[in-house]
Design a protein around this ligand. Structure first.
Ligand code: CP3
Length: 336
């Protein structure tokens, strides 16, 4: 078993950083498009054979040091009773978003075994086929609440901020409910065989530092306090402004997007705290020499211990396969 990832997460000496990419399974791979064609996205996530197959696809092409179970962060809100569709141009859409505290009564508390057993089956199918650690994951409470209140992706977060400021107590109650769901969900994925888990807080970077500290941070902290048995990572997009607050979350490592220098992040977090990131995924569209140079820069900025190489956000559908290959190859050539 390749244990580079787990060694880096313990800040042990490594000859080079481990490498994997967020959304390494996805539409930039022709074989993904083929397996995915004809099945609606949510059904696809809930089909263990198909989800296991596309989890393995990137590992057949590239020598990644970790895999991530194929699924989506919006599966739990769907299991809580919200009507979720993935629409071709718009992405995820909830037909019946939460807009008023009275809507909270519609939410069911799901049981992982009863309402989301498919992800556990996908993990069990994968474990015997893998020689790298498998990540499980979930959306962070604030990010899940943002989708459930906005009804979909929403840059300005008008509805979720409106709800949060108008009904702060009810909003905190929703975050606590979501953190309980996420805790059960991640612990079940660890029990099924995941070697690490990641909490995706994609939208929390849109909050000002006070609201981040008041709402998003305590809900994420609650998750890290109660997830047991495997290292847990925290990813927040656009987290430069809330960097000082990250340390108190209690995650085992923090993932960053490309807008922040990893050296700066480590100076604030302390160099004993492992970090993950943070190549701009769009750099993979660039000329090979630029890709390779940027990879080396990221590794230099992160330093020799406690660094997991990744991109700063998920791979986009148009990413050239050769760009991914060049970046992975450059990480694997590195020697400290
Ligand atoms: O990393 C992996 O390979 C595992 C798979 C994975 C997916 N979604 C598959 C997916 C993971 C880790 C996610 C997490 C996820 N999902 C996040 C957090 C990370 C991030 O990107 O910020 C978020 C916010 C979502 C919600 C979501 N799911 C959106 C906004 C979209 C549509 C956007 C888009 O890229 O089209 C999805 C759909 C989705 N989830 C796809 C994939 C491969 C594309 C759908 C398809 O195949 O048609």
């Amino acid at each position: 078993m390749n244990d580079l990832l787990l060694r880096a997460l313990r800040s042990e000496p490594v000859e080079r950083p481990p490498v994997w990419f967020m959304r390494q399974a996805g539409r930039y791979l022709p074989e993904y498009l083929q397996t995915r064609s004809g099945t609606d996205f949510l059904t696809f996530c809930r089909s263990p054979e198909l989800a296991a197959e596309v989890t393995l696809q990137p590992l057949r092409r590239f020598p990644f040091d970790a895999s991530i179970v194929f699924n989506d962060i919006l599966v739990p809100p769907a299991a809580m009773g919200l009507d979720l569709r993935f629409e071709d141009k718009r992405g995820p859409v909830f037909r019946d978003p939460i807009r008023h505290p009275s809507d909270l009564a519609r939410l069911k508390i799901p049981s992982v075994q009863r309402d989301m057993p498919e992800v556990l089956e996908t993990i069990r199918l994968l474990i015997p086929q893998l020689d790298v650690p498998l990540f499980g994951f979930a959306g962070a409470p604030f990010t899940l609440a943002a989708y459930m209140i906005e009804g979909g992706g929403a840059k300005e977060l008008e509805n979720v901020k409106g709800f949060m400021w108008r009904y702060p107590e009810e909003f905190s109650r929703l975050l606590t409910l979501l953190s309980d769901v996420v805790i059960d969900y991640l612990n079940a994925q660890i029990e099924a065989g995941c070697a690490a888990v990641q909490l995706f807080d994609t939208w929390a970077g849109g909050l000002d530092p006070q609201d981040y500290a008041r709402f998003a941070a305590p809900a994420a902290r609650r998750v890290f306090e109660q997830v047991k048995g495997a290292p847990a990572l925290y990813y927040c997009r656009d987290s430069a402004a809330v960097l000082p607050a990250l340390k108190g979350l209690g995650a085992d490592a923090y993932a960053f997007d490309w807008r922040i220098d990893l050296g700066t992040a480590r100076a604030v977090l302390g160099t004993d705290v492992p970090v993950m990131g943070n190549l701009d995924p769009v750099a993979l569209y660039g000329p090979e020499e630029v890709i390779r140079e940027k990879v080396r820069e990221v590794i230099q900025r992160a330093g020799p211990t406690g660094h997991i190489f990744n991109i700063g956000h998920g791979l986009t559908p148009g990413t050239p396969v050769e760009g991914v290959a060049a970046a992975v190859d450059e990480v694997r050539r590195w020697r400290w």
